[in-house]
Design a protein around this ligand. Sequence first.
Ligand SMILES: C[S@@+](CC[C@H](N)C(=O)[O-])C[C@H]1O[C@@H](n2cnc3c(N)ncnc32)[C@H](O)[C@@H]1O
Ligand SMILES: [Zn+2]
Ligand SMILES: [Zn+2]
Ligand SMILES: [Zn+2]
Length: 434
Amino acid sequence: MHIQHPLMSTRRSSPFNVAATKQILRHQEKNEETKSVLIRKPFTYHTPSPGSGFPHNTLSVVVPSPSQRQILELASANFIPAPSPIGLSETFYPTDAYEKRAVKGAYPTVRKVKRAEISFEVGTVGPLLTSKPDITAQLRQTLQRKLGKIRGPKVTFAPGDEHLLARFAANFEFVNEYKIRQGVTPVPEEFNAGCTCVGFCDPARCLCLSKEEETNDSMVPYKRAEDDARLLVLTPEFLKRKAMIYECSSRCGCDERCWNRVVQSGRTVRLEIFNTGNRGFGLRSPDRIRAGQFIDCYLGEAITKEVADIREDIATSQNGHSYLFSLDFLITEEDSKYVVDGHKFGGPTRFMNHSCNPNCRMFPVSRNHADDYLYDLAFFALKDVPPMTELTFDYNPAWEEVNKVDPNAVQCLCGESSCRGQLWPNQRKAKGMR
Ligand SMILES: C[S@@+](CC[C@H](N)C(=O)[O-])C[C@H]1O[C@@H](n2cnc3c(N)ncnc32)[C@H](O)[C@@H]1O
Ligand SMILES: [Zn+2]
Ligand SMILES: [Zn+2]
Ligand SMILES: [Zn+2]
């Protein structure tokens, strides 16, 4: 086939045209049977050639007709499909050409620019560019927001110590109840019996209260404070006891104003977190606290003993503060199941330090009397505490006198004349705070 000016054409008509060829090929591609038909009975091809009336100044394409043999060859030829766009195909990715161009363009010639004619305008500078962002102020705000989530009277941090506290704020969340983690299963409330009292509980008959072993008398934990009838405090007898406090619950007949609901009613004193200087942060209150007054509960993640052991090893290896509190009051250390970890999630009491002569003590308080493993770790003042006095408790109340201080134990810095010199016997394997 060739393209030529109609005036130069040697033939006046052609039995073959391009469209017909395409049609044959398409048929072949689709249907083998059609192909055999085409071979046996070739078409009569016709190309309209410019006749005598054809305008001489127009161009036309003349396709010479193929021979009979060519027609048969074309008809029986295997159709070769166009190559599919394969990634490495030179057709689609002419790498050579690119490489050549890349070599040439490796050092592009510099375009000449008259710099003086290019205007350079600086817009108004934003506050972030004019002054360094105050990260501490932002962290302080975060801490304020987090402190604001704590239920009850205000919890603040001492003015001046905010910059120290701000750093920890990014990595800590205050909580108002235990965060129950995997493997910790609270006993359903339905297993709790409750008392049959109506309105206010009768101290003599309330079934929630435990009984004295010898006399079978009810052990009444709370009484009204001498100087404030609205305030309920632990009785002096109970302050000396090491017994679980059984408070009333939703399963009881009494209502929510019942006197036997002190801990569940929440904190009544304000608290302040401050820098002790030698023992990290500590806790105190701007309010006067009466002997026997409830302060707050120790909160955090309720985790299994196995998880706690792993976390403890990490804390020990990093020489960090410990925030693990075993829930083993009613059972032996070996049989205990759960531990409260106040490291990442906790309440203000996770800042309470140890003292060998403490002014507070932890009392276990149960609401679901059917659950020996999950209960509240409630702090009460052992004596009257003047405002701004550091609140402390004994991390190891079952301490047995030792002859000499273990050099591997965490050194106690309580500063009391009766100081034992160490927080825990050997490392942290003690009952209670560990
Ligand atoms: C529950 S935290 C108390 C809050 C802690 N001070 C803080 O800054 O987060 C317990 C840790 O405080 C430190 N601590 C508490 N009482 C201490 C004392 N009397 N002497 C030395 N360190 C004490 C120990 O590092 C202990 O592991
Ligand atoms: Zn009752
Ligand atoms: Zn009750
Ligand atoms: Zn001490």
